[in-house]
Design a protein around this ligand. Structure first.
Ligand code: SAH
Ligand code: SF4
Ligand code: F3S
Length: 472
């Protein structure tokens, strides 16, 4: 904790209390939602470790339970609510237990969770984690604490995250926070605030530290990684002539140069912003993986317009062509929403047609869930009946499964370099890892260890998994 600042803000006694009382306390930290939330939880763990907290995987022995939450769809929020009710029961046996909500639901629901439902003691938004130690001090004896201020600057650049992932091989690095895009269905700009980019030197330093600790893969994270920019204004002007400007492609190069043994991935790319410069950089460095997550959301121009995505289907297909031209065989995945406001059967058919044209490796498919405060909630009617949304979703899922199976079948007989990551959940006799194209492969464990790069010949597959034999 920065003592001087804290003393100025709170008075010395509080700070000393924090340092004494938190030592040895156990923290249970659970994350929902996207990789960015997971990455934020690693920052939270780091901040609280410094205060003397240790982490536990068993919530029953915790003194503090923090749930890092997601608001993207109603279902995501309901899942978190159920967990909070379970944790609240635990409080009956342990009255001093502190339960806190972090992340996007904290930002969105502030008072409801705290005052109306009285489900939690602590509510902390995504830009206020540095304040957690002092907020925790103020909680207790019926006292509740809250900080949901969003920031234009906070990137937690100087905080070295405590890695919570289990494999010790792959890790996330946040490169931007927030989002300025205002897609009409999306709650993220409201829960995460304005977009900002993190200092490139701190990103490279984090990658170096990971390599030193045996990590072999990093994924650079942002809601729209292509809009990463350092020392460049939103209008494209240089902010400070005395220091270099860095684009996303250049940042990728800086991270790729950290070590040829370190694989570099990134997510998420926005079709309107993904440039050929990025693709050429991917082609230039062997350790930048040949995989792009490029959400399309809909195959209909009318719906894309309503979604405020700022690109057309033709533009998307042109981007796919560029990918194929510059990085042959590149893996591509997408996100799709069915049943957005006013979506007709023709619009839906256009999405099915798109899925017939582009065979995605992976697709995250959802039906539309109206989110309070978004543009769509204010301007359009959520008028596609639930059963129609679900039927359309199942039709897209069916085409995608067939496509994914065909993509996987085309890999049988080929050999790929795979990074050994961890044992698959279902079979501890095997190891699993991914190809550069992000295809998941399982293979026999014998003689291998996590972090090895191996060559694997694909002998069989399902729509989700390749099955391989290790080749020496
Ligand atoms: N920044 C990323 C997406 C982040 S949210 C992008 O621009 O693509 C992850 C995915 O959740 C989105 O791509 C979208 O498919 C889905 N999603 C977001 N809001 C949703 C909503 N209101 N209902 C259903 N799905 C939604
Ligand atoms: Fe949401 Fe659009 Fe921003 Fe993605 S780009 S986080 S979908 S507003
Ligand atoms: Fe969910 Fe927030 Fe991520 S709404 S998807 S946790 S940015």
């Amino acid at each position: 904790m920065n003592k001087e600042i804290d003393e100025a803000v709170q008075g010395t006694t509080t700070v000393i209390k924090a340092e004494n009382e938190s030592v040895g306390k156990k923290l249970f930290l659970e994350s929902y939602g996207c990789a960015m939330n997971f990455s934020d939880s690693e920052v939270v763990a780091s901040i609280l470790h410094k205060e003397g907290y240790s982490t536990t995987r068993n919530f029953e022995e915790a003194d503090v339970i923090l749930v890092n939450t997601c608001s993207i769809r109603d279902k995501a929020e309901q899942t978190v609510r159920q967990r909070l009710h379970l944790f609240k029961k635990q409080k009956r046996n342990k009255p001093n237990l502190i339960i806190g909500v972090l992340g996007c639901m904290a930002e969105r629901l502030k008072d409801t969770l705290l005052e109306e439902e009285k489900l939690v003691d602590l509510v902390v938004g995504p830009d206020a984690y540095r304040d957690l130690p002092s907020l925790l001090v103020n909680v207790g004896g019926g006292q509740r604490s809250v900080n949901v201020l969003l920031s234009r600057e906070e990137t937690y650049a100087d905080i070295s995250p405590v890695r919570l992932g289990e494999n010790g091989i792959t890790a996330f690095i946040s490169i931007t926070r927030g989002c300025d895009n205002m897609c009409s269905f999306c709650v993220v700009p409201f829960t995460r605030g304005r977009e900002r980019s993190r200092n490139p030197l701190s990103i490279v330093a984090e990658a170096r530290e990971l390599v030193k600790n045996g990590y072999k893969e990093v994924t650079l994270l942002g809601q729209n990684v292509d809009s990463y920019r350092w020392n460049i204004s939103k209008k494209g002007e240089i902010e400070n002539p005395a220091i270099p400007t860095i684009s996303f492609a250049e940042l990728m190069e800086m991270v790729a140069k950290v070590s040829p043994e370190l694989r570099v991935r990134f997510s998420t790319s926005h079709p309107k912003d993904m440039t050929d410069e990025v693709l050429h950089m991917m082609a230039k460095y062997k350790n930048i993986c040949n995989y792009i997550h490029l959400p399309v959301q809909s195959g209909s121009n009318d719906i894309l317009k309503k979604m405020n995505r700022n690109h057309t289907v033709e533009w998307y297909l042109e981007r796919i062509k560029s990918i194929e031209r510059i990085i042959p065989n590149c893996g591509v995945s997408t996100d799709i929403i069915t049943g957005f406001c006013d979506e007709t059967e023709e619009d839906h058919q256009a999405t099915l047609d798109l899925f017939k044209k582009v065979k995605f490796n992976l697709a995250y498919m959802y039906y539309y869930s109206e989110r309070p405060k978004t543009l769509a909630e204010r301007k359009f009617e959520d008028n596609v009946p639930q059963e129609v949304k679900k039927r359309r979703l199942s039709e897209i899922v069916a085409i995608h499964r067939q496509n994914a199976l065909e993509v996987n079948q085309s890999k049988v007989g080929q050999t790929f370099e795979v990074l050994v990551e961890s044992e698959p959940k279902k079979n501890k006799e095997q190891f699993g890892g991914r190809t550069t194209h992000n295809h998941y492969v399982v293979f026999p464990k014998e003689g291998l260890k996590k972090g090895d790069y191996i060559n694997v010949k694909i002998v069989d597959c399902s729509s989700a998994t390749l099955i391989g034999e290790v080749i020496n």
